[in-house]
Design a protein around this ligand. Structure first.
Ligand code: AR6
Length: 169
């Protein structure tokens, strides 16, 4: 049984086995939640991302995929980096967004993580409307076959929090 919980705030303040980062394919950091995770987690995370790039992801991590590193100084054992799709009006990319959640949970299972915290992937710089992103995220977690016992969504702003709350009510 997987319990789904919601909280509003900064994911870098959370305690969980794994914290998910809304990264980009370079794995070399950026703004938003990615910037916050690297800032608070410290340089060990970036160092491991660089090693992963060199060994496995020379062309970058593909959209919808996920990979784990140390969590550095964060209150977690791992950071799972996933690359959300940029929102498009022309094309339905929700399967890729769903894949971010599914693949992050698959990586979490491989690691033996029992608690995981997700931000609202793709709802910032990548422009996904929060209601639709929340629908895809909650559905992806509900149907996932995972040993993770608690999936926590950590929503930064009121609008995104409300969008997720409407889905789990
Ligand atoms: N804790 C939780 N959620 C946060 C935090 C935080 N500390 N900071 C922002 N958010 P974004 P994306 C929310 O832009 O849309 C980066 O530059 C934010 O309000 O972080 O997937 C990457 O390097 C929003 O609801 O990620 C990529 O280039 C959500 O997190 C690109 O942005 C996601 O916003 C990825 O874009």
């Amino acid at each position: 049984m997987t319990t789904l919980t919601l909280t509003q705030g900064d994911i870098t303040r959370e305690h969980a086995d794994a914290l998910v980062n809304a990264a980009n394919s370079s794995l070399l950091g950026g703004g938003g939640v990615d910037g916050a995770i690297h800032r608070r987690g410290g340089p060990e995370i970036l160092a491991e991302c660089r090693r992963l790039r060199a060994s496995h992801y020379g062309k970058g991590l593909a959209t919808g995929q996920a990979v784990a590193t140390t969590a550095g100084r964060l209150n977690a054992r791992w950071v799972i980096h996933t690359v959300g799709p940029v929102f498009s009006h022309e094309e339905d990319r929700s399967e890729l967004l769903s894949s971010c959640y599914r693949e992050s949970l698959r990586v979490a299972d491989e690691l033996g993580a029992r608690t995981i915290a997700f931000p609202a992937i793709s709802t910032g710089a990548y422009g996904w409307p929060p209601q639709d992103a929340a629908r895809v995220a909650v559905e992806a977690v509900r149907v996932a076959d995972t040993a993770v016992g608690e999936v926590r969504f950590v929503l930064f702003d009121d609008r995104t929090y409300e969008a997720f709350a409407a889905q789990v009510r």
